[in-house]
Design a protein around this ligand. Structure first.
Ligand code: NCD
Length: 305
């Protein structure tokens, strides 16, 4: 399998075999493989939107493998404020590094960047569209915590309209025969193009408004925060703010064995008393960001095959 030179823009670009390959490599990294293999390589992190985990775990991944990192976390210090286009910025920065990780508020920004860049571009989130590296680390977590990727029953709860993590994850899991339960207020439902895609692939999904309606137990309950920054109308946000909050009582609805995942940051949708339950895997999930991004950086730079 050849990932060398390949950009990571959307889960749409990956086959089931591609995904299994990345997950396998990430698990090998966790066991200590490929140490120092990015020595001499440089990553540029261009974050036009806020981030904690994604940017810092990209940096940690690069540093742990012997590589180096430069970039910005605040676009106000870049020439974007002078009116430079994204494509000019990318055309310039790609001459300074071996790989670019970029987060941008505009959907499709990563695709555009990948088309003008001379080095691989890794999409670290483009607006409400896609967040493929989050999905890879989510899949590594599911593989570890559930023991398989195939035929899982997963509930996705929260802002399914604006949440790029659930868009990417649903797309990826659709290649593994998952059964989906989408739980959200009506105004935050999964976009129709995505549900139409699941339907045409013959996958089972249900859409419910309340956790009490999820039916059979779940393998995974994937919780997301309401993406306040993506609402055009603040009043619309206020109507749904605080409309769901997980407490340990959720286990009686989702099953005693359900694994609770969340891409983080959380606001108020998971009560802190959930954290000590064996079901709460979200911090282990966040930690998987490092080995997963180590594997991806190694693969696209061609030092891991
Ligand atoms: C997510 C994101 O940026 O889309 N965070 C992350 O990368 N772990 C989720 C979110 O912001 O709610």
């Amino acid at each position: 399998m050849d990932f060398s030179g390949r950009s990571i823009v959307s889960m749409r670009d990956f086959t089931r075999e591609d995904i299994q390959h990345v997950v396998r490599r990430a698990l090998e990294v966790k066991k200590g493989a490929y140490a120092d293999c990015l020595r001499g390589k440089v990553l540029a992190t261009l974050f036009f939107e806020p981030s904690t985990r994604t940017r810092l775990s990209f940096e940690a991944a690069m540093v742990r493998m012997g590589g180096q990192v430069f970039g910005f976390a605040d676009p106000n210090v870049s020439s974007a404020t002078k009116g430079e286009t994204l494509s000019d910025t990318i055309r310039t920065v790609c001459g300074y590094c071996h790989v670019i990780a970029m987060r941008h508020r505009i959907e499709g920004a990563a695709r555009l960047a990948s088309e003008v860049s001379l080095v691989p571009v890794i999409n670290a989130g483009d607006g409400a569209n896609q967040h493929p590296t989050q999905t890879f680390l989510d899949l590594v977590t599911i593989q570890e915590e559930v023991g398989r990727l195939t035929n899982i029953r997963i509930g996705m709860l929260g802002d399914l309209k604006h949440g790029r993590t659930v868009h990417s994850l649903a797309m990826a899991l659709s290649l593994f025969g998952a059964e989906f339960v989408f739980i959200s207020p009506e105004s935050l439902s999964m976009p129709e193009d995505l549900t139409a895609q699941l339907a045409s692939a013959g996958l089972k999904f249900t859409e419910v408004r309340e956790l009490s309606d999820i039916g059979k137990p779940l393998d995974v309950l994937y919780v997301t925060r309401i993406q306040k920054e993506r609402f055009e109308d603040f009043q619309e946000y206020q109507k749904v703010a605080g409309s769901y909050r997980l407490t340990p009582a959720v286990l009686s609805q989702a099953g005693e064995k359900v694994r609770i995942m969340h891409p983080l940051p959380r606001v108020d949708e998971i009560a802190p008393e959930m954290d000590s339950l064996p079901n709460a895997v979200y911090f282990r999930q966040a930690h998987n960001g490092v080995p997963t991004r180590q594997a991806l950086l190694g693969l696209v730079t061609g030092v891991i095959s």
